[in-house]
Design a protein around this ligand. Structure first.
Ligand code: 6OG
Length: 182
């Protein structure tokens, strides 16, 4: 089954600050009413790195030293005959104040402690920037496959993968997936 003819390049960027994760609540367009990283289409003549920085600035009003964290292909049976190729970025610092735009409302969530994030959490306690009142990562209001790779992003593990969705009555349902650590 060859489900797509062409790929379209997109970016998606996440800020991990101490034990906090910044997500945007999508107010319009694709992925409406879901929480996601900040990103969009790579424009002609632009590299994915440049697009990731531009979209972060446009959608959240901030700048950050983004590092590439992973790549996945998202194909949809019954949907478009092209695939999304999504380049995922992360940063642990940022400058500016996350600001609501027409497209996204930035919201902080707490990252559960793990061996990888514990050090950063301790550092944020010392800096007194911890906020225990933050809600946990809202996986139920994110794309169905995010829970598969977000832990890899949080633990700085470079990943590649593919997700196959099926479009039924305008909704996207996760059918098959594969993620690996090259
Ligand atoms: P605009 O329409 O906002 O670009 N995107 C996905 N994000 C996640 N987490 N999972 C997916 O597939 C996605 N498919 C696309 C890429 C669309 C934005 O949505 C992201 C872009 O950041 C399961 O310009």
């Amino acid at each position: 089954w060859l489900p797509y003819k062409t790929k379209r390049l997109y970016t998606n960027a996440f800020i991990i600050h101490g034990n906090k994760l910044l997500l945007g609540y999508k107010k319009r367009g694709f992925g409406l009413s879901k929480y996601n990283g900040f990103g969009g289409k790579v424009e002609p003549g632009e590299t994915p790195d440049q697009a990731a920085a531009r979209e972060l600035k446009e959608e959240a009003g901030i700048e950050a030293p983004l590092e590439h964290s992973g790549t996945f292909l998202f194909v949809t049976e019954g949907g478009p005959d092209w695939a999304f190729q999504i380049e995922i970025y992360r940063a642990e610092e940022y400058s500016g104040t996350p600001t609501e735009t027409d497209e996204m409302r930035p919201v902080w969530f707490s990252i559960p402690a793990s061996s990888e994030t514990a050090k950063a959490a301790v550092a944020s306690v010392i800096e007194n920037v911890i906020d225990n009142d933050l809600p946990p990562i809202p996986y139920e209001s994110m794309w169905d496959s995010d829970y598969l790779w977000l832990p890899l992003l949080l633990s700085k593990t470079h990943f590649v993968g593919r997700t196959d969705f099926k479009e039924v009555d305008g909704a996207f349902k996760l059918e098959r997936w594969w993620f690996g650590v090259p």
